[in-house]
Design a protein around this ligand. Structure first.
Ligand code: ZN
Length: 243
């Protein structure tokens, strides 16, 4: 089975459409969304609708949760908070109800899927370094845990000789039975690893492989929509740098 993972769409419909087009070309059997459909970007309702129609499984992210007042924005930076306040006003009742219905985790035999961390996922902590990952390997029993949240793709592996491997653009990572993995699939709608292209993770359980794909989208179109809707300049500009 070939699984496509998308995460952190953040209301960026242009990026989402390109990501889904690529997933279609790659002929994936199942699409799993790791949360944060909304926040930052100009099309929260449209992204919820499109995601809802396209994915097989989905979990909730911290921005989704904040948009429906389940998570406080106290720890959000000023731009994230401003964008969430705007998103709350934009969301239709139907989209709010959909976000309300989402679970924190999704499980299959070989893997677990969630937005932030296997340890207390609703605390929305980050896994950025190997020590962060190390603390979390004891908190799930499956071979792989797929995450998003930091917007930076990474593969952390844990075995007899723990090591950290950062995923560069488009490498094929061969998974081994000697390790367990925490895999961050990056962000569709607001990448922060210096590459502005939308990020998609593909896991094939037949070949035990993980591949990261990047796809270009019309950044200027998203920026102009954000400008029209009065979203913060900082959020508009960062998209073209992928930072
Ligand atoms: Zn996010």
């Amino acid at each position: 089975m070939k699984y496509a993972f998308i995460s952190d769409i953040h209301g960026n419909l242009e990026a989402l459409n390109q990501a889904l087009r690529l997933i279609d070309v790659l002929a994936c059997d199942k699409i799993i969304c790791l949360g944060d459909i909304v926040g930052y970007g100009p099309f929260p309702n449209e992204c919820i609708e499109k995601t809802r129609q396209s994915v097989d499984q989905i979990v909730i992210g911290n921005h989704d949760s904040a948009a429906i007042m389940k998570t406080a924005t106290t720890y959000f930076n000023e731009y994230a908070k401003e964008a969430i306040d705007w998103t709350r006003k934009e969301l239709s009742a139907e989209c709010e109800a959909y976000l309300e219905s989402l679970d924190l985790e999704y499980l299959e035999n070989q893997f677990r899927a969630l937005h932030a961390t296997p340890n207390d996922p609703e605390k929305w902590n980050y896994i950025l370094t190997f020590p962060d990952a190390y603390k979390n390997f004891g908190c799930f029993s499956e071979k792989i845990c797929f995450i998003g949240h930091s917007h930076v793709p990474a593969v952390f592996k844990y075995g007899s000789n723990p090591s950290r491997v950062l995923v560069e653009n488009g490498p094929d990572v061969q998974l081994s039975d000697d390790y367990r993995y925490i895999i961050n699939v990056g962000s569709v709608g607001q990448p922060r690893d210096g590459d502005p292209r939308a990020s998609i993770g593909v896991y094939d359980d037949k070949y035990e492989s993980f591949q990261l794909f990047r796809v270009e989208y019309d950044v200027a179109a998203t920026q102009s929509a954000m400008h029209k809707k009065g979203l913060p300049d900082f959020l508009i500009q960062r998209l073209e740098f992928g930072k």
